[in-house]
Design a protein around this ligand. Structure first.
Ligand code: NAP
Length: 280
């Protein structure tokens, strides 16, 4: 039976650490403020934005919510981002994705001042990660590194396979594992022999967006399996990219869905806000 990696408990630890650091900063006269911008009223985005506000409140971080109508133009949004860039009170700026189709997400994200880019999506942050400089790191992969470290799963020298090469998860995940001295392979939809490749992994990170795709025959016995996927199954229950029931008996450690990677994403956002206030 695999060890269950408890993302809820580890996220709670990280948030408590952020809360303590926020208190210490406050004693030094430094407050933390995150501006969250949502355009339109996509229900999933509204849930994420709400959870971010709640986490801010818990950690003692002020949150400013900007809920803009769907018809907002890209120019109007960019004007707001620039205003927040110049607002001394605001340490972090987050533009909730996806943006409506009439907007160019890159153009908007590239407008965020790199020192306030708490999502870690600005090319400046991505470049800093790839050349080993300090900077903000995308919250989901940063959270996965914390899950591994705080579960005593060594990365150094391990064969790590990341399935998925998105800018938000797969690519920064690979860079972070490399930074931790893992031997990293990135798989994607054109990868041949995915099953054989995965069976070599000591650490398998699955971020492919395919419900319960990864079954026991993809797993090296004893491997650590991190499931990034989030889906609703036919019974409207949450499930991941990994077929938990078949993989759990083979793996050495595994994240559940829900309660694995998901809670870490917001916890690491809080961590990035604290770093922004400290002047990362
Ligand atoms: P994405 O942008 O859709 O990327 C999916 C990646 O998987 C792509 O690189 C794709 O390859 C690869 N892929 C798809 N089918 C494949 C196959 N059959 N074999 C090998 N590779 C395959 O997704 P994402 O944004 O990275 O997110 C992935 C999953 O994580 C989604 O379920 C998403 O909802 C979830 N997610 C969760 C959190 C969290 O906080 N828990 C955060 C972000 C995302 P190509 O590049 O070749 O197309």
């Amino acid at each position: 039976m695999a060890k269950l990696i408890d993302g809820k408990a580890i996220a709670a630890q990280v948030k408590d650490e952020c809360r303590r650091q926020a208190e210490q900063l406050k004693e030094q006269g430094i407050s933390i403020c995150l501006a969250v911008i949502q355009v339109g009223s996509d229900p999933a985005s509204s849930v994420y934005v709400n959870n971010k506000k709640k986490a801010c409140a818990y950690c003692g971080i002020e949150s400013l919510a900007y809920e803009l109508p769907e018809e907002t133009t890209q120019e109007e949004l960019i004007v707001l981002v620039k205003k927040l860039n110049n607002d001394q009170r605001v340490n972090g700026i987050l533009v909730q994705l996806p943006l409506p189709d009439h907007m160019d997400e890159n153009a908007v994200i590239h407008t965020i001042a790199p020192e306030k880019d708490v999502d870690g999506f600005h090319p400046w942050s991505v470049g800093a990660l790839s050349i080993g400089l300090p900077g903000f790191v995308s919250c989901t992969p940063a959270g996965i590194i914390q899950l591994l470290k705080r579960s005593d799963i060594a990365i150094e020298g391990k064969q790590c396979v990341v399935i998925g090469r998105s800018n938000i998860v797969g690519k920064p995940m690979a860079m972070l594992l490399l930074r931790e001295n893992g031997t990293v392979t990135v798989a994607h939809s054109r990868t041949k022999n995915l099953r054989e490749l995965c069976r070599q992994a000591d650490i398998l990170i699955v971020a492919m967006g395919k419900p319960r795709f990864i079954t026991a025959d993809y797993i090296k016995p004893g491997a650590a399996v991190i499931d990034v996927g989030i889906h609703r199954n036919e019974n409207n229950k949450l499930c991941g990219d990994v077929d938990f029931d078949s993989v759990e008996p083979v793996a050495g450690a595994i994240t559940p869905v829900p309660g694995g990677v998901g809670p870490m994403t917001i916890a690491m956002l809080m961590h990035n806000c604290v770093c922004a206030a400290k002047g990362i």
